[in-house]
Design a binder for this molecule. Sequence first.
Ligand code: NDP
Length: 489
Amino acid sequence: MFGSKYKLYIDGKWVNSNSGQTFSSLNPAKPKQVLGRFQKGNENDVEKAVEAAEKAFDSWSDITAPKRGLILLKVAELLKKNKEKLAKLVTREMGKVIAEARGDVQEAIDMAEYIAGEGRRLFGHTTPSELRNKMCMTIRMPVGIFGLITPWNFPLAVPAWKIFPALICGNTIVFKPSSDTPLCATKMVEILGMAGLPKGVVNLVTGPGGSVGMSIVKHRKIRGISFTGSKFTGETIVKEAGLKKVGLEMGGKNGIIVMDDANLVLASDGVIWGGYGTTGQRCTAASRVIVHEKIKEKFEMMLVQRIKKLRLGDGLKSTTDVGPLVNKAAQEKSMNYVEIGLRDGAKILIGGRIPKMKGFFFEPTLFTNCTIDMRIAQEEIFGPIVSLIPVKDFDEAIDAMNSVEYGLSSAIYTEDIRKAFLAIQHIEAGLTYVNSSTIGSEVHLPFGGVKHTGHAREAGIEGINEFSETKTVYVDYSGRLQKAQIDIT
Ligand code: NDP
């Protein structure tokens, strides 16, 4: 059943890379299980993918957007039909528990349906001219060939957030998924093909970021790059992309503020879900809890009781609460951060070890007595490690929240409406949740961050902006030469 050899998808055909090399995708819960062997693509494959995307561009962008949307509705249907199979695949390939894996597929379905509708709403603006008998408006244009580079932690949803809006806007695509989740990406592209997408419109090149990814980033015929991944890779991409349109969605060090008037049961639900859901491997994971000192001890006890009950295991088992980390490097990274935290003077309340289990598991870990300058309170760990930072009042809580270089998601638990609105106003982040965890975006609202998380906005109408250009149009029907700024009477 597993271990098949998969190919690249270029110009509507499944083809081998001319590198002659392959790499494997493993199940992180059972690392001996090879899920498939994938083409180790190279620069020549990217070149062929770009040629195919270039050839397909004129006819694809000439299809009207509502008609392009019809293909996305078929994609949604196919995703629905295969939902359970795809969810199992997500769990097997990156480890998240099955309920969350179903969420991953559902997000892709939601995105396909939502974006299909946007095909009838690719609105521009009309506005009065400063001159008589002249009309001003804006219309949307495709960008051209888009390079899409995605991470592994939402192996279907993140590609869906990029591929569907890029398609509805009339772009053609060269897609390079994470080398940890090439099977999910391949299945997504298979579905696009089954839905009737014309050849060359989406091309898949699997292979290493440093070669395949970089060739996409540097390619002169690629006009736009949409990247989701770590800050370190994003920084390299920005330096190498030249004058392309570049959208970056990068890391987070998201915090939850728990005020002394908070509903602590609700807040502990939020911390457990935000901190340990997807084993802490979400860009929106709540890796910091900024807690009022008056309720610190009580809240710590509540969290420890909850964490003790979390069951580690294979995400396919319905009894599992927390799955494995994606690979060995991620497991070692978490262990390394535990040592850093202890060296810096933080105290472990629970967890902090690699359990004796096959697979890349790590104990859900809670540090307390953290200060904002500690590395565990500043750096993205991407594991099940939460740092509790005590503060004496609301102002200190906001300062702690804003003390990191990232600015993706944030949350505050309080029953005080004034504090809730002040938090909304003063937290430096792309997302703020009130009395809810840092997780839970919906596809019709924009998603993205500020500061070193990047400035892209995906989903919602703002997501359409990422994948289209605005053209300004002036139509003068006065029958004479009218000069803006000069003919002012
Ligand atoms: P990486 O940055 O390691 O990789 C992301 C993608 O970039 C992969 O496809 C990778 O390929 C590719 N890549 C690596 N090096 C290069 C390069 N030099 N040039 C071009 N492409 C390259 O991130 P992860 O996959 O580990 O994902 C986790 C990160 O993603 C976290 O920081 C997380 O916060 C962030 N993320 C952000 C989200 C957001 O919306 N803000 C959402 C989800 C995740 P390969 O796999 O072959 O190395």
